[in-house]
Design a protein around this ligand. Structure first.
Ligand code: S3P
Length: 177
């Protein structure tokens, strides 16, 4: 199992994919997105997996994809917002690298997800209320999974990348990037 991966966890709309891609570019590392990989493996959209197999089926596939990712080393990995729901997933990520929680307030999460219809969990009559519930439920799980917490607000991806890199550097033993 790899040990030097960087996992980005956090809610839908926290900016994991955008920041992850930019971070990988800056650090000259390979970028992986677990949702993207799951879609590549199944050949259908996340929403279709939810439709056919339910959330349970999606979570099973998500855990399998995460384990596959953890066999590699040195990557930047953006994860789906619900990856922390499974205790095993939290443990595997902590063992396979550094876990960064991109924490954002409800308002910015809502701003960044309100016009997007690709997220099945928000396909409800009250998506903002649902987002608030999920944030409340998951906040302790993100904290439990994370080695580092970085606040993600309206800043540019470049600013967030700089923050994540500074936090990683502060945590690394002297001499290591
Ligand atoms: C989910 C978040 C989504 C995707 C799926 C479930 C969640 O990923 O994995 O729709 O449970 O929060 P993003 O966090 O990239 O939107």
């Amino acid at each position: 199992m790899g040990q030097s991966n960087i996992f980005l966890v956090g809610m839908m709309g926290a900016g994991k994919t955008t920041v992850g891609r930019a971070l990988a570019h800056r650090m000259k590392r390979e970028f992986v997105d677990t949702d993207r990989l799951l879609v590549d493996r199944t050949g259908v959209a996340v929403a279709t997996v939810f439709e056919i197999e339910g959330e349970e089926g999606f979570r099973r596939r998500e855990s399998a994809v995460l384990r596959e990712v953890c066999e590699h080393d040195g990557r930047v990995v953006a994860t789906g917002g619900g990856i922390v729901l499974d205790e095993g997933n939290r443990r595997v990520m902590r063992e396979a690298g550094t876990v960064v929680y991109l924490r954002a307030r409800l308002e910015s999460l809502w701003e960044r997800t309100r016009h997007d219809s690709s997220r099945p969990l928000l396909a409800t009559p009250d998506p903002r209320g649902r987002l608030a519930e999920l944030l409340q439920e998951r906040e302790p799980l993100y904290r439990d999974a994370a080695h580092i917490v970085v606040d993600s607000g309206p800043q540019s991806a470049a600013t967030l990348v700089a923050r994540v890199m500074a936090a990683l550097r502060a945590r690394a033993p002297a001499g290591r990037p």
